[in-house]
Design a protein around this ligand. Structure first.
Ligand code: RIB
Length: 317
């Protein structure tokens, strides 16, 4: 398997406020601790994978504003190749408004900006980078037709495709057929299978819903269940990765840490089982700190978390 991890996706400026509780419709809530972080599910996954030691290229688009350089510089600071991050001078960089409640849960609103104009024609400029990939990480914060075009290129190049269906939206079966790992959280799994959004649905329900996606063509589904761990469902197998309980500060980007760590472990030649343990531990590390990219762990931190979880034998790689 080729070592290169290519992330095709979004870059955002995250505007974060801590709130005592999430507002109801029409309610004004007084928040505190306003902070601005580099984010976006694509950029978070690229940043996390590089910080864990992966060789990573980011493919995407920032806007014509001054913050665009800051978003790219932050990725480059951990070694991400940002040569394929284009600029769309006619639009602002993507932004996210994030509120965090005292339990560390979040609510996120996004405004795509330049991510929304990153079409298949722009993606084509990065064809060679995609062809060099061992694994391609995707999410749904850029146009769906761009995601589809990237998946086709990745398939042609023989790369593993990991699609994070976030934010959830209807996906054609033709796309599901080309995805190796589909990685929803519980809410996204519910949305993808026509159920009302719900977290904490339990393993049995998660397996049933994941099987609906497998019947529609998805190869393997990994359900990210937050404090309850993660679940791998394939045509003929189920596996559960438990997670150690940690003090939660901010759950933002825990799913991004998971996908990045899974990819880093896979390209390093680890088994799916080991990759899942590593990824679950990375997700747990990330919730102990505030912010998206600032919360991403080092490999040492993940290995320490694995030891605490009793997986020391599988760490070091
Ligand atoms: O997954 C977390 C990310 O979702 C945030 O960084 C925010 O930008 C949104 O894209």
């Amino acid at each position: 398997m080729k070592q290169k991890i290519v992330v095709v996706g979004s870059l955002h400026i995250d505007f974060v406020i801590n709130v005592p509780h999430f507002p109801s419709p029409g309610e004004t809530v007084v928040g505190s601790n306003f902070q601005v972080f580099p984010g976006g599910k694509g950029a978070n996954q690229a940043y996390a994978a590089a910080k864990l030691g992966g060789s990573v290229s980011m493919v995407g688009q920032v806007g014509g504003d001054a913050q665009a350089d800051w978003l790219k510089k932050n990725l480059a600071s951990v070694g991400v190749d940002v040569s394929a991050v284009r600029r769309d001078p006619k639009n602002p960089s993507g932004t996210a408004g994030i509120s965090i409640d005292p339990s560390g849960q979040n609510q996120i609103l996004i405004m795509p900006g330049a991510n929304g104009t990153f079409g298949p024609a722009q993606l084509k400029e990065s064809k060679e980078i995609l062809e060099s990939a061992g694994i391609v990480l995707l999410q749904l914060e850029i146009p769906l037709e761009t995601v589809e075009a990237a998946v086709h290129l990745a398939n042609k190049a023989g790369a593993v495709v990991m699609l994070d269906p976030a934010p959830a939206r209807d996906l054609p079966d033709s796309l599901l057929h080309l995805v190796d790992y589909l990685t929803p959280n519980e809410n996204e799994l519910a949305a993808l299978t026509g159920a009302p959004p719900s977290a904490g649905i339990g393993r049995e329900h998660a397996v049933q819903r994941a099987r609906i996606l497998i019947e529609r063509g998805a190869n393997k589904v990994i359900v990210k269940m937050g404090p309850h761990g993660a679940l791998l469902v394939t045509k003929d197998q189920e596996h559960f990765w438990p997670v150690v309980s940690v003090e939660v500060v901010d759950t933002t980007a825990a799913g991004d840490a998971f996908n990045a760590a899974f990819a880093v472990a896979l390209v390093a030649g680890k088994s799916e089982m080991q990759a899942g343990q590593f990824a679950t531990a990375a997700g747990a590390c990330s919730v102990t700190r505030q912010g998206a990219q600032p919360s991403m762990p080092t490999r040492n931190e993940v290995e320490l978390m694995m030891k605490v979880s009793g997986h020391s034998a599988q760490s070091g790689f």
